[in-house]
Design a binder for this molecule. Structure first.
Ligand code: ADP
Ligand code: MG
Length: 481
């Protein structure tokens, strides 16, 4: 249990996250403008996004579909009737003077995300997912005395995923965010790229004595990595405990995180919903979903991380390897392709998590540009399974595959790397090894059985690693009596 030690005793931290996730879609929420990251400023702005007079928003079906699929992935209630509201405020990056969002009737209601932390499974409630527009971006570093506005992001669709205040430690907050990111990436509704700003979290933190009512929370805005979210929870909880123990009070406020100093700073006192004069957007009809649309959304959902992990464990794969294989959707897809190509599950899991990931790490590559494809890897594993290759020969063949891109069968032929089970040849080598090491042989016969490994090693070495280890073992036992 995570506790903050104060001068007057232990404190508990309470965390709720509001995650803004950019919807994967070629077009914006209410216009046809493009959404590509990193485009020249103001090249992806339609008249709607620039809020020219008389322009009307038209909801983009794909954005709604992605939000519905996301809701289904966290087993949330999908509201067949929802509505858009205007959230009114002035800022230079918001040409409309209001953001179109959903306050009163969100698209997605109550759902849940299962997390695993410190060996325990916990369910974190999700209160709602609503759909809203992103704002533009102000640029202050381009000119000594001027600021510029880039409206490329203006009108891009966001999902705001609001958790319940169910997390109780920095690591739970981290686990929740990682799990949510994985789900979004499996579903394909958000690329989860936190560096590019496709996913950011507002971190709500309060502290209390264990068992007491919730305390007053602060909200630290736009935190853009899992590590920073965890740091915010830790720093903010510590700060709040210090304030309260010094006789002060926590004020509900909006804060900013400064990663360079690892501290949060007050930005402004927190505004309430009524400050924004929310009202239903008169330019948009309520959003009404029919069963056919919902059925299509549901049918298009892929196998999700928890289900995949359970399936892998069912195939005999260790929970640890199943975690590693399912954490990133690309890895899981690659592994599924390997299984589809006929590789035996347990051997494949061991090989991928040690040999393949090791090689990719060395090469500085992601699985997306692995030099070896699942089909070739399945062939390699088949050569191990049928006894053609020993483990150590398979490593040599894999190295050659990485270098040449050739198929394993071809490499085995060309380089003569086949494992031999020829008992006559192996027996001859064993006889030679025993003859050359009379000292060790005498010790072994005196009871120093640990020397068995020495004889195996000498025999394998004499056969350049190509002898079948199982056969060597068996024949050595016989030879040593
Ligand atoms: P708002 O829209 O004003 O930010 P909400 O009531 O929608 O307020 O809550 C926003 C987030 O704050 C939610 O993720 C919720 O879980 C979290 N939250 C609410 N109360 C607390 C609290 N006492 N401590 C920590 N987080 C909280
Ligand atoms: Mg909020």
């Amino acid at each position: 249990m995570y506790r903050i030690k104060g001068a007057t005793g232990d404190w508990e931290v309470v965390v709720g996250l509001e995650v803004h996730a950019q919807v994967t879609s070629n077009a914006k929420l209410f216009s046809g403008a493009a959404t590509a990251f990193g485009a020249e400023p103001n090249t992806q702005v339609s008249l709607v996004d620039a809020a020219m007079p008389g322009m009307l928003p038209v909801p983009n079906r794909e954005c709604i579909r992605q939000a519905v699929r996301t809701g289904m992935a966290i087993e949330a209630q999908i509201n067949k009737w929802s509505r858009f509201d205007r959230k009114n405020y002035f800022y230079a990056d918001l040409p409309q003077g209001y953001q179109i969002s959903q306050l009163y009737h969100p698209l997605v209601g109550e759902g849940a995300v299962e997390i695993e932390d410190a060996g325990e499974t916990r369910t974190i409630g999700v209160e709602r997912i609503h759909v809203e527009q992103d704002a533009g971006k102000l640029m202050h570093d381009q000119h000594p005395t001027r600021s510029y506005v880039d409206l490329n992001r203006s009108g891009v669709a966001l999902m705001e995923i609001v958790s319940r205040p169910d997390m109780r430690s920095p690591s739970e907050a981290g686990a929740y965010l990682r799990k949510l990111r994985a789900i979004l990436r499996y579903v394909g509704s958000c690329d989860g790229n936190m560096e590019e700003g496709s996913m950011r979290a507002d971190v709500n933190v309060s502290v209390r004595r264990p068992g007491e009512e919730f305390g007053t929370r602060t909200e630290t805005k736009n935190v853009n990595s899992v590590r920073f979210v965890m740091a915010v929870v830790e720093q903010e909880a510590r700060r709040q405990v210090d304030v309260i123990e010094d006789g002060g009070r926590i004020v509900q406020e909006t804060r900013l995180y400064d990663p360079d100093r690892n501290e949060t700073r007050s930005m402004r006192s927190k505004e309430d919903a009524h400050d924004y004069r929310y009202f239903p957007d008169p330019d948009l009809l309520p959003l009404v979903l029919d069963d056919a649309f919902l059925d299509e959304c549901r049918a298009s959902l892929p196998e999700l991380p928890d289900a995949k992990r359970a399936r892998y464990i069912g195939l005999g794969i260790t929970p640890y390897a199943a975690d590693v294989l399912t954490a990133e959707v690309e890895n899981a897809r690659w592994f599924d392709a390997l299984l589809d190509a006929g590789a035996p599950a347990v051997a494949a899991a061991n090989w991928v998590t040690s040999e393949l990931f090791g090689a990719l790490n060395r090469l500085g590559r992601g699985i997306g540009d692995s030099p070896v494809q699942p089909g070739q890897a399945a062939e390699l594993l088949a050569l191990v399974a049928d006894g053609t290759l020993s483990g150590s020969l398979a490593k040599q063949v894999f190295e050659a595959m990485l270098e040449t891109g050739d198929a394993p069968g071809k490499i085995v032929e060309e380089r003569g790397l086949k494992q031999t089970s020829d008992t006559g040849a192996i027996e001859a080598v064993i006889a030679d090894v025993l003859a050359k090491n009379p000292g060790q042989l005498a010790q072994y016969r005196d009871g120093k059985v640990a020397l068995f490994g020495f004889f195996v090693g000498q025999t394998m070495k004499a056969m350049a690693g190509k002898a079948n280890p199982a056969v060597v073992n068996e024949l050595l036992k016989k030879a040593l009596g």
